[in-house]
Design a protein around this ligand. Structure first.
Ligand SMILES: Nc1nc2c(ncn2[C@@H]2O[C@H](COP(=O)(O)OP(=O)(O)OP(=O)(O)O)[C@@H](O)[C@H]2O)c(=O)[nH]1
Ligand SMILES: [Mg+2]
Length: 458
């Protein structure tokens, strides 16, 4: 974590790129009101203004130049986003005005905020837990109703409450076992069968949450779809038609696409990351070979493979080999037979996949409704987990795996009839692992890793 003091008053532009109609500058910390007040003229305006009410004021530079008419809203600690005194200053969105206001605030004693520092302070001041802080970043990144809904649910505390409930059960069990140590284990406060039952239940609840990761990740990031095939079959044309714009170069020169190209689209609210790839063929050109290696990498990473052929040409061994390669990866697979508009189109000449073969034309758009529906069906096949809550971050998955492994060790110790003192370290480890998810147990490294990914001003 950077070496900066939480006692500082921090300043940052919270709104997007200037020039714009308006811009928002946020100031948080003990001196927030004072830093702004110094620039509003002789009479106190902000310190006497009511909290959470907009106040119009003139903003002057330290040399007394009238810079802008601004709107100020102050929030008094602890009732603010960060839990500290906060001022939101809304000014006109010219680069010059923004720079001069920021400069004036810094000269008066403020410090530029680090990325995510406002939300970090909110976390440290108990305004939100780590899951909720991560959800703030997700909200800013969201681009479909589904991943926005997911971020909102996590911001609302659904997952936090669920994880905390699981952790509390471990804490309660641990307290009873500790009592036994105090009483020299002459008395049993927690029957071992009861403890085993609790641990088994927790094991299955953690397992369900761990396996919900795939669903959560797909909603948050979108399904990675690799479009693969020989050169010239129409892969780039397929991408362009789905995107409804000429994003990728298309030509009848085989080997047009040399590198992978990724674009994101939303179909009916489901997010797909489409990867157009370099066509596969035997080639001695080292650059083309590098491109084809990237195609193979995309195939390995993909959640769904779209294996495409040119239906107006006879099937070749290369087409058949690629289909076999796709099938060997054991992933969801769609077979696309393109160029339906051509008179020589003959789909029956190809190796087919009975349930997922679609004939279409990238030129006329025929067959695209069916193709888009097939993509949606693939997204739908990842059903939401039954318990309602789910995870979407590797960090959460790793902590849950660590928690489950500690619980399994405790179960093993129970089967061996070990005494309370040997069970306690495993229960503590499980508790800590769950606490890492919500941030009740945390390290500087974890915090740095999470908050450095935020934008400045959030
Ligand atoms: N008639 C017809 N031509 C098509 C269709 N789809 C693509 N083409 C043409 O086929 C040629 C190759 O299209 P691309 O989209 O560049 O093919 P590609 O698979 O990306 O090719 P590479 O990048 O070389 O691997 C171009 O001339 C396209 O206009 C189609 O549905 N019908
Ligand atoms: Mg191409």
């Amino acid at each position: 974590m950077n070496n900066y003091s939480l006692a500082d008053t921090i300043v940052a532009l919270a709104s997007g790129k200037a020039p714009s109609a308006l811009a928002l500058i946020r100031i948080s910390g003990k001196q927030a009101v004072d830093l702004v007040e110094q620039h509003l003229g002789e009479k106190p305006i902000l310190s006497s203004a009511p909290a959470r009410k907009a106040t119009v004021a003139k903003f002057y530079t330290p040399s007394g130049l009238w810079l802008d008419q601004v709107v100020l809203t102050k929030y008094s600690a602890p009732a603010s986003y960060t839990g500290e005194d906060v001022v939101e200053l809304s000014c006109h969105g010219s680069l010059f005005i923004i720079d001069r206001i920021l400069q004036s605030l810094l000269l008066a004693g403020g410090r530029m905020a680090e990325p995510g520092e406002f939300t970090l302070r909110a976390f440290l001041n108990g305004k939100m837990d780590l899951i909720q802080a991560e959800a703030v970043a997700d909200m800013i990144q969201s681009n479909t109703p589904k991943n926005l809904g997911q971020a909102l649910a996590q911001l609302g505390g659904e997952l936090s409450e669920y994880v905390q409930r699981l952790r509390q059960q471990l804490i309660d069990a641990q307290a009873l076992l500790m009592l036994e140590l105090d009483f020299n284990e002459e008395e049993v406060f927690l029957h071992r069968s009861e403890l085993a039952q609790l641990l088994q239940k927790l094991d299955s609840q953690l397992s369900a949450l761990i396996s919900s990761f795939e669903y959560g990740r797909l909603v948050r990031e979108g399904m990675l779809v690799a479009i693969v095939g020989k050169t010239n079959v129409g892969k780039s044309s397929l991408l362009n038609r789905l995107l409804k714009k000429d994003r990728a170069l298309v030509s009848d020169f085989p080997g047009t696409t040399r590198d992978t190209l990724e674009e994101t689209i939303s179909i009916n609210g489901y997010l797909f990351r489409l990867v157009d790839t370099a066509g596969l063929r035997s080639s001695t050109d080292p650059v083309e070979q590098m491109g084809m290696q990237r195609t193979r990498n995309s195939m390995a990473d993909a959640d769904l493979l779209v294996c495409m052929v040119d239906g107006s040409q006879p099937e070749e061994e290369e087409d058949r080999q690629l289909l076999r390669d796709c099938q060997a990866l054991d992933k969801p697979l769609l077979r696309i037979i393109n160029k339906k508009d051509k008179p020589s189109f003959s789909p029956s000449a190809f190796s087919l996949l009975p349930s997922t073969t679609i004939s279409l034309s990238c030129k006329t758009g025929e067959g695209f409704e069916q193709f888009e529906q097939a993509l949606i069906n693939q997204a739908l096949s990842h059903r939401a987990p039954q318990q309602g809550v789910f995870i979407d971050k590797i960090r959460h998955q790793q902590s849950l795996l660590a928690g489950r492994s500690a619980i399994r060790q405790a179960l093993h110790a129970l089967q061996q009839n070990y005494s309370a003192e040997f069970l306690l370290p495993d229960l503590t480890a499980a508790q800590d692992a769950l606490g890492e998810i919500t941030g009740q147990v945390t390290t500087q490294d974890v915090l740095h890793d999470i908050f450095s990914r935020f934008c400045i001003g959030k």
